[in-house]
Design a protein around this ligand. Sequence first.
Ligand SMILES: NC(=O)c1ccc[n+]([C@@H]2O[C@H](COP(=O)([O-])OP(=O)(O)OC[C@H]3O[C@@H](n4cnc5c(N)ncnc54)[C@H](OP(=O)(O)O)[C@@H]3O)[C@@H](O)[C@H]2O)c1
Length: 296
Amino acid sequence: MDAPITVVGGTGYIGRRLVERLVGRGASVRIVSRQARKKGDLAPTIEHVTGDIEDAVTAGRAVEGASAVVYLVGTTSARSEREFYALHRDAPARLAAAARRAGARRFLYVSAMGVAPDAPSMADRSKAAGEAAVSEAFPGANAIRPALVYGPGDHFFTLFSQLVRSAPAIPLIGGGRTRFQPMHVEDAAEAMARVLEDARTAGCAFELGGSEIYSFRELIERMCAAIGRRPWLVPVPFLLAEAGALATQWLPNAPLTVDQVRLLKTDKVIRDPGGAPVVLGVRARGLEDFLAGLSR
Ligand SMILES: NC(=O)c1ccc[n+]([C@@H]2O[C@H](COP(=O)([O-])OP(=O)(O)OC[C@H]3O[C@@H](n4cnc5c(N)ncnc54)[C@H](OP(=O)(O)O)[C@@H]3O)[C@@H](O)[C@H]2O)c1
């Protein structure tokens, strides 16, 4: 069998689609995630390593004999700086160093649109630090920065469509003015697969965004129109949202953390007008077809 491509987080929302694509192109894939998988649930060309990627033994098993490694682990709900940096910088940097020693040719670090060393949120700052640490540990590594990724079962429209069906009002943090450039999950996975298969892309950073830009308010309004609901949209200033999150974020199942509010303070849109979808030749589909398919 060929040297596998390791996808850390290959059971997640984006990871599952990437794995399907790689397998469809004839690659052997090794998935790493904490939850065990039954062997019968996986295609014969997929191997599953069960473990926490912060653990050195799991990281060693992840990179052994791999031709490429994709790091798709991330969070927006950590409560401390230590947690964010452990998952977004330290674990991937150790993995990248191990991958390099093990002879992998490619390393893709999946970051996020809008990351910067001085970003308001720890999630974005720690991912910026992760990009730098990974590229030092693995020269030629790629940073992949997806915008909001949507599609069936996504993290955004699934949550908000449930919310508008059950609640009379939806808060618009920061007035709902944050701008997003959503990309369909299949297009994001295709872009990542293309980066992996084209050696000329080594060392490049790619911002993955769709064809249109929407404010948060527009996204919610379009979704509500598609599912036939008219909730009350309530603008909430950032300061008030942060104070509310600060008071509740330590409760189990807290709906919002302070850092998630801060994530909304910067737009999540492509900064480079050339745009990765153009460079990679991925024709990003529009959001409207997906919204039209949401059940009323
Ligand atoms: N979805 C989006 O809209 C979006 C937008 C921009 C950027 N991103 C970034 O893209 C990446 C993937 O996002 P996603 O939405 O696909 O995430 P996801 O659905 O939450 O999946 C995360 C994956 O990582 C695994 N995982 C989590 N912690 C782990 C650990 N400590 N050790 C090993 N495996 C671990 C999970 O499986 P287990 O729980 O079984 O371990 C799962 O397979 C993240 O870095 C995210 O920040 C996502």
